[in-house]
Design a protein around this ligand. Sequence first.
Ligand code: BT5
Length: 238
Amino acid sequence: MSIIYLKEIDSTNRYAKSNLENLPDRTVIQCGRQTAGRGRLQRTWIDLGGENLFLSFVLKPADVFSEVYSNLTQYLAVILAQILEQYNVQPQIKWPNDVLVDGKKIAGILSETVMQGTLFKGLVLGIGVNLNGDIKSLNKIDKAATALNLQTGETIDLTAFTNMLAGKFFEGYDRFLQEGFKEIKKYYIEHACFLNKEINVQVFNENKSGIAKSITDKGELILEKDGQPIVLTIGDIL
Ligand code: BT5
């Protein structure tokens, strides 16, 4: 693993995608300030101004795409949750890969697949974690959000946190690619905040509602509606 640190950039994911050809497998792109952080579906990721984590993993696991790569966002959510536990906070996972503390979003994960025509070139797996924020900047976010320092009452050391996250990510990475989601399923379910509840899920322009029954070995969400199962591979719990 090597880390490329940029003082300021629009988006570490954008940078990693634009330079993918020249970046070796397992490069980490990190920045101090992110001016146009990206979320999923054209949403934005806000830089709270303090010492926060913005990084993208450049991953080139093989020459062809494999289904398990879609679960890497869930793998990263689990790694993050395990690290947050070391700070004595209780993380919760909201399917597919949001991490919450105290019911509020503390981190966001964005995976992008890079193709050249029909050729799979690699993945850029980005993560932003609110390590140090204040109430005023958090209130600018349109949904409930929190930062780790507000949960622990202490300033969080960005370098130590980054090393832990990247180190733990790569420690289990090869095994995860071999074993797939079932490797993390137990932890994921134990920390899931949506199971056995009536929920609404936005899937592109459609809304699906039902009771969140379970998570499959592939990380899919099973909703039950009128006694019938609905299997979701993508979506946002509203
Ligand atoms: C995400 O999207 O949560 C993925 C965010 C990924 C950010 C990282 S930072 C490093 C790398 N480089 C990038 O450019 N991106 C990645 P989504 O599930 O679409 O959620 C976006 C929504 O989260 C926004 O619409 C807001 O409601 C909320 N949000 C934005 N900034 C936030 C923040 N700092 N903390 C908590 N919630 C935030």
